[in-house]
Design a protein around this ligand. Structure first.
Ligand code: GDP
Ligand code: MG
Length: 438
């Protein structure tokens, strides 16, 4: 979707003035792109009409860069479509806050329960997980394993008790043990049926949850939207968690869920790992869809993982062009703790589909080898890799037990990385400057 829209807008970018026909053509392409991305057709229709209404007015024709104006309008409307601003969780003033995770089988309820508990705990809360999926074999075990990994308590009564009984017991347990949040992991089914809805309604009536979070798989596109609609009508949902957004290249579900159901998307699952859950920001998602990259998410992610001081030093070095092989090694280590490099790169503006980075993957073994190679260099070589000629390469390879081609590969990675990091520093500044100017 991002690519399609980018193409459409790049056609507009070159124009000094925009005619009504240009707007029409652009919007027809936007419409097709959205439909192809599996966005609900009613949503598309309304969306395009809205843009048209705004774009064909004076706003565009009197503007100096009409192409940008259209992008801005589309961006704003996409943001509105996805709910406008970020919606947080309802927290009860009287603990415990009770949250119920609902959704079809395989949507990611159990995983998201763990991720959410993990996030809440990082914010200083004391969550309790409740294992109320008594049907799926090993479902309770799955949650217990997550709980052990995260060191978060899991309440379970085995699979011989009713889910209602378990949910109720968990809330009681939380009250006694001082857990301020209870996250109830419920059972799904392959399809929505009366059985499932009755069970969920029973739990809802018994524990009166403050949040009913519907977990849907974004890769299922329009099905995710239909499922959301159905759950909301039958059960009432306070928020949606869109999972597997990391594998969803079309973005159709993200765009239509809010418009079709009226329920805000509160979180996005972006990977299998337990820290791969992000608060859903409609404006950032819109930016991502438009292919502008998601600098804010990137900065947040970097801030979380990077040593603040080191990051600052690095930035300075980049600006002063003093990024050395030692910094590179440091950076590789930091990157490793930030998750796959591709994830990070894809958030950079204009980097949505950069293929040159495939050989920038960081893995443990490589890191050890890289370290050895860099350690076999002289201080001068580390600062000025351009002096490393053939005979130096041979010496370094021999000293580190690597091959000359490994040394070459490392030097290539370094120069790519340096270029990239310079772009990053530049892009970060530009974006921040724009933000400030707003
Ligand atoms: P449940 O049946 O709804 O409880 O679903 P699970 O929590 O067991 O998840 C089903 C599968 O989806 C598991 O393999 C998870 O690792 C995977 N999964 C869940 N959330 C995400 C996500 O955000 N991204 C990716 N890539 N996989 C996810
Ligand atoms: Mg489950």
């Amino acid at each position: 979707l991002a690519e399609k829209l980018q193409n459409t807008f790049s056609k507009l970018k070159g124009k000094g003035k925009l005619s009504e026909a240009d707007v029409k053509t652009a919007l027809r392409e936007v419409r097709l792109a959205l439909l192809e991305a599996d966005v609900n057709y009613k949503v598309v229709k309304e969306f395009v009409a809205k843009i048209q209404e705004r774009a064909v007015g004076e706003e565009v024709f009197h503007s100096l860069t009409p192409g940008q104006q259209v992008i801005k309008i589309v961006n704003e409307e996409l943001t509105t479509l996805m709910g406008g601003s970020q919606t947080g969780l309802n927290m009860s003033s009287k603990p415990p806050t009770v949250m119920m995770m609902v959704g079809l089988q395989g949507a990611g309820k159990t995983t998201t329960s763990g991720k959410l508990a993990n996030q809440l705990r990082k914010k200083g809360r004391r969550p309790l997980l409740a294992a109320a999926d008594v049907y799926r074999p090993a479902a309770i075990k799955q949650l217990q394993v997550l709980g052990e990994q995260l060191e978060i308590p899991v309440y379970s009564l085995g699979d011989k008790n009713s889910p209602v009984h378990i949910a109720k017991g968990a809330v009681e347990h939380a009250k006694i043990h001082g857990n301020d949040t209870v996250i109830i992991d419920t059972a799904g089914r392959l399809h929505i049926n009366a059985d499932l809805m009755n069970e969920l309604r029973d739990i809802k009536e018994t524990v009166q949850p403050h949040e009913i979070l519907l977990v849907v798989d974004s890769m299922t596109g329009q099905d995710a939207v239909n499922v959301s609609k159905e759950f909301n009508e039958q059960l009432g949902v306070t928020g949606v968690v869109l999972t597997k957004l990391d594998g969803d290249t079309r973005g159709g579900a993200a765009l239509s869920v809010k418009a079709v159901t009226g329920c805000p998307i509160k979180y996005a699952g972006v990977g299998e790992k337990l820290d791969a859950l992000e608060p859903f920001h409609p404006d950032r998602m819109a930016g991502r869809i438009l292919g502008m990259g998601d600098m804010l998410s990137l900065i947040e992610k970097a801030e979380e993982t990077f040593d603040q001081e080191k990051a600052k030093q690095l930035e300075q070095k980049l600006r002063q062009q003093q990024f050395t092989l030692e910094d590179f090694l440091d950076q590789l280590e930091q990157m490793k703790s930030m998750g796959p490099l591709e994830d990070i790169i894809s958030m950079l503006p204009g980097m949505g589909n950069v293929k040159q980075l495939e050989n920038l993957q960081v893995d443990e073994k490589e890191l050890v080898r890289t370290e050895a190679i860099i350690q076999s260099m002289t201080a001068e070589e580390r600062r000025k890799p351009e002096i490393i000629n053939g005979s130096r390469k041979k010496r370094i390879a021999a000293g580190s037990g690597a091959r000359v081609q490994d040394v070459n590969k490392l030097l290539k990675q370094f120069s790519q990385s340096k270029k990239l990091m310079q772009q990053y520093a530049g892009a970060g500044q530009g974006k921040m400057a724009k933000k400030m100017a707003k």
